[in-house]
Structures are given as C-alpha cells and as structure tokens.
Design a protein around this ligand. Structure first.
Ligand SMILES: C[S@@+](CC[C@H](N)C(=O)[O-])C[C@H]1O[C@@H](n2cnc3c(N)ncnc32)[C@H](O)[C@@H]1O
Length: 259
C-alpha cells in the first residue's frame, strides 16, 4: 500500500486550482440535497481536504466537521468561509464519539483510505439512527464510466487505480455487511472535457500534481507520458488529422442508511 501513498501536504497549496469559481459541480448539489432533505444538524466529511464541499453545505448547519490526515490540507480548509470544525485523524480509526452525526460522506477520497471496510465500519458507528452515509467518486472498474485519456498515455496509472479504488459493487457489499439499509448507487455528475490536439497540454488536470493519479508518478514516468501525448499530436498533424483527448467520467454516489 505504501507505494500508493500520496503526501497531500506537498500539493495542498495548489489543490483548490481544481475548483474554479466558474464551474458548478453537480455532486455538490447532490450533497446539499441530502443535507436539506434529512435536515442534517451535524455533518462529517472524511478526507475533507481543503473543505470545498463542506463550505457548500454552509446554508444547512453550522455543525460542519472535516477530518483529514494532511495538516497542509487542514490548513487550507481553515480559509473557507464556513466555520469548519477540523480534526486531524485517520479515516479507518475516527477519533470521534459514536452516534454523533446525521450525515457522513467522503468525496474522491475512499481510494486513499487503504482499508475501505474499516472506514465504512467507522462511518456506521459514528452515525445517529436514521443517519445517511454517502461515498462519492469515480469507479475505474466500470469501463463505461471512466473513459479518461490519462489512463491511455501514462503507464501504470490505470492499474494503480484498479488497485486503489474499490468497485462500486464492493462498496455496496461492504455497506450492507456493516448494517446499512436501502443502499443504492446513482450517477450524480457526468464530467465531459474534450481537448483537441495541442490544447490538451493546457488541461489543468494534466499537471503533475493536479490529481493523485499523476502525482504518484516519478518525474520520469510523468515526462514519458507527456512525450507520448506530444508524439501522438505530432503524428496526427503529419496526417493532417486532429487527435481528440477525452475525459468522460461518471461520478457516482453510493448511499446507505443506518436504520
Ligand atoms: C483527493 S483529496 C479529496 C479532498 C476533498 N474531499 C475534495 O473532494 O476536494 C483526498 C483527501 O483524503 C485525505 N486522506 C487520504 N488518506 C486519508 C486517511 N487515511 N484518513 C484521512 N484522510 C485521508 C488526503 O489528505 C486528501 O485531503
């Protein structure tokens, strides 16, 4: 597991670049809808990073807790407009009292937690009765849901993701095993970014530290991938063709209830 470990302290200062103000994120709306529907008074995000999603939930409650093990990310989260209650800790051993929260969720983070089952068990312990649990992220195991050019140009990235991410089916299975009821899966956001030719080199998600997928690569592995992209563009140009780089990813939400 160590080789999949990414030190978020190193990229914390630049992390919020992925959230330009111009972009509306449907997964944020999905979180807001749940918080409003269940009238959540206390909410915990595990692997909360810079607190971007928690800040969106500001209109619902002032009991917004964020847990993360990166001090760098927690420091960035202090800058959010919402007064967040920030805790340093591990997702698989949450340093919090049981039955304390109405809503617990994670976004783009479960693949970092190592022991997925232990995290889901902890979420169950910390939820109040009638509480809701949500895991949001993409599922590289579902080929129809993750057509991402990064997987084609950078060696090892796809295999690493298959190893790190639990499949959607296994998330639901683990939820049921811990006692969650009425489990479900739905697509909450469809990311579609298409870059043609050299424009791809300006894709913010192609920067070495923009995503954990690329940040886990050595400088050499990263540059090899960039070189492959440039060669493909060059070959297409020679043939007077355009090469298209697709990022078409379904973001899913796995839900369960503690009844
Ligand atoms: C991709 S970021 C997602 C941050 C935030 N949820 C978002 O969507 O912007 C993953 C976060 O999980 C945190 N993390 C990774 N492993 C963790 C663990 N075992 N326990 C707690 N936090 C962890 C990282 O420090 C990082 O802030």
């Amino acid at each position: 597991m160590k080789k999949d470990y990414l030190n978020y302290d190193k990229i914390a200062q630049l992390y919020n670049q992925r959230y330009p103000v111009s972009q509306k994120w449907e997964r944020g709306q999905a979180l807001l809808d749940i918080a409003k529907r269940i009238k959540a008074e206390s909410i915990l995000e595990v692997g909360s990073g810079t607190g971007y999603w928690l800040n969106l939930l500001k209109p619902t409650t002032n009991q917004l807790y964020g847990l993360d093990y990166s001090m760098g990310m927690l420091t960035q989260a202090k800058g959010q407009a919402a007064p967040l209650k920030l805790i340093r800790g591990s997702a698989t051993n949450l340093p919090l009292k049981q039955e304390a929260f109405d809503f617990i969720y994670c976004v783009d983070a479960i693949h970092h937690f190592g022991n997925h089952q232990a995290f889901i068990q902890e979420a169950y312990r910390l939820l109040k009765t009638n509480g809701v649990f949500a895991v949001i992220g993409h599922d590289p195991h579902d080929e129809n849901s993750s057509n991402w050019y990064i997987y084609n140009y950078f060696d090892t990235v796809y295999d690493t993701d298959l190893r790190r991410y639990p499949s959607g089916a296994s998330v639901l299975k683990m939820m049921k095993a811990e006692g969650f009821k009425n489990t479900s899966a739905e697509i909450v956001e469809h990311i579609q970014n298409i870059h043609v030719g050299e424009a791809v080199l300006k894709d913010p998600f192609l920067k070495h530290n923009a995503t954990s997928q690329l940040a886990l690569l050595s400088e050499k592995q990263y540059q090899d991938g960039i070189e492959k992209i440039k060669q493909t563009i060059g070959l297409a140009k020679d043939k007077k063709e355009n090469v298209v780089f697709r990022s078409e990813i379904n973001v899913k939400m796995f839900l369960g209830y503690k009844i």
